[in-house]
Write a new protein. Sequence first.
Length: 99
Amino acid sequence: MQADVISERRLRPTGEVQEKEIRGKKFKVGTSICLELQDKIAKVISKHMDAFTWSSVDMPGINPDFLCHRLTMDEKVRPVVHRRIKFNKERSLIIRKET
């Protein structure tokens, strides 16, 4: 069965954002965050610039086809909510510890 990609849907920010730039790399920060916290976020990003992937070029050896993930869904099909799986108390505690 061939699935058609209907359209690419992306999450959008709920509030206003401000674009900042550090050493030529741009990122966005919500304006609802206080200026002090915005500065802290910028400092962390500046300190760890090499840990962030700014584009697929920054990830040598990884196939770009692997990076692109899309859920192809038919808009005519109604979503189904699966029932919740219940675990015994012992397993629930283990799951809670691990997560």
